[in-house]
Design a protein around this ligand. Structure first.
Ligand SMILES: Cc1cc2nc3c(=O)[nH]c(=O)nc-3n(C[C@H](O)[C@H](O)[C@H](O)COP(=O)(O)OP(=O)(O)OC[C@H]3O[C@@H](n4cnc5c(N)ncnc54)[C@H](O)[C@@H]3O)c2cc1C
Length: 253
C-alpha cells in the first residue's frame, strides 16, 4: 500500500503574519511549518501502510524557497520520503495551479491512495484536493472521518451534517480527511534524527513538464470594516416584539 499525502508548509499561524507590499500576497519568506491539518493525513497514511503490512508513505508539497522544515516534521512522524516542488515561477500560484503541480508530482509516485486535509489553515479554499482528483481522473471522497482499505477498494465514513455516509470507491482515489480521523503521533527523538537523512526530491516546473502554471493578481487589500456597535434592547414589556421586528428587518426570520 503506497500512500501519497499532500502536506502544505505554511507560515507559523502563531507568529505575526504580513503581506508582501508589492504583491499583497502572504509573506512566505521565513521558516514554514507543517500545517496541523495535514498531520492527520500523515498519521492515517502511516496507519494504513502499517495495517497493509508493507508499502510506504510519500509526502508531496509545493512551497517556495526550497523549504523543507514542515516536510521534515512529517518525515519524523514516519513517512519514507518526500517530493517538493519549488519554483520562483509559482509565486502567486492560485489553487488550480497548485492542483496541477501537485497532480504532476503525485503521478511520479504512482500511489494506491492519495490523502489530503479537507482545507489548509492559511488559504482554506478547500478546492485543491478535488481539482487534483479531476486532473488525475480519479474518484474523490471528501470529509473522511474514517478510512479503511479492503483489497482494491477504500471504504470511507464521510462526515455529513446529519451523521455520516458509508462510501466505497475503487483505488486509486483521492480522500480528504477531517481532524477526527485519527490522533497524530508526536515525532520521537529517533524519528527526528532519522528524518534528517530521508530523501527529499526537489523539482521545478520544468522537471514536472508543467507549462500552464498561472497565478492570480491581488490588485488591492483593505482592512475589514470595524464592527458597528450592537443595538441594546431594554425590555419595557415590548422587548420580544422589538427583537422580532429587528430580526425581520435583517431578513433572518
Ligand atoms: C495569492 C496566492 C499566492 C500564492 N503564492 C505562492 C507562492 O509564492 N509559492 C507557492 O508555492 N504557493 C503559492 N500559493 C499557493 C498556495 O499556498 C496554496 O498552496 C494554494 O493556493 C492552495 O490553496 P489552499 O491553501 O486554499 O488549499 P486547500 O484547497 O484549502 O487545501 C486543501 C489541502 O490540499 C493540500 N494542499 C494545498 N496546497 C498545498 C501545497 N502547496 N502543497 C501540498 N499540499 C497542498 C493540503 O493537504 C491541504 O490541506 C499562492 C496562493 C495564492 C492564493
Amino acid at each position: 500500500m503506497n500512500v501519497v499525502v499532500c502536506v502544505k508548509q505554511i507560515p507559523d499561524p502563531a507568529a505575526p503574519q504580513s503581506l508582501e507590499p508589492g504583491t499583497h500576497t502572504l509573506d512566505r519568506s521565513g521558516k514554514l511549518i507543517l500545517d496541523d491539518s495535514d498531520a492527520y493525513g500523515v498519521e492515517m497514511a502511516l496507519q494504513l501502510a502499517e495495517q497493509a503490512g508493507g508499502g510506504e508513505v510519500t509526502l508531496v508539497s509545493m512551497a517556495p524557497n526550497g523549504e523543507t522544515s514542515g516536510l521534515r516534521t512529517a518525515l519524523a512522524m514516519g513517512a519514507a520520503k518526500a517530493i517538493l516542488v519549488s519554483d520562483d515561477a509559482l509565486k502567486g500560484a492560485d489553487a488550480l495551479t497548485t492542483a496541477k503541480v501537485l497532480a504532476a508530482a503525485i503521478k511520479r509516485a504512482e500511489p494506491d491512495l492519495i490523502l489530503t486535509a479537507t482545507e489548509s489553515s492559511d488559504g482554506y479554499t478547500g478546492t485543491t484536493p478535488v481539482q487534483i482528483a479531476e486532473i488525475l481522473g480519479l474518484p474523490s471522497i471528501t470529509f473522511a472521518k474514517s478510512v479503511a482499505i479492503d483489497g482494491s477498494t477504500v471504504k470511507v465514513d464521510r462526515q455529513t451534517e446529519a451523521g455520516y455516509d458509508e462510501v466505497t470507491s475503487p483505488l486509486p482515489a483521492v480522500v480528504t480527511v477531517t481532524a477526527g480521523v485519527v490522533e497524530p503521533r508526536y515525532p520521537s527523538f529517533k524519528g527526528i534524527m532519522a528524518a534528517k537523512s530521508k530523501p527529499v526530491e526537489t523539482l521545478t516546473l520544468a522537471d514536472l513538464g508543467v507549462t500552464n502554471a498561472n497565478g492570480q493578481e491581488i490588485t488591492s487589500v483593505d482592512d475589514a470594516e470595524a464592527r458597528a456597535a450592537g443595538e441594546i434592547v431594554v425590555d419595557e414589556g415590548d422587548g420580544a416584539q422589538r427583537i422580532v421586528a429587528f430580526l425581520e428587518q435583517l431578513k433572518v426570520i
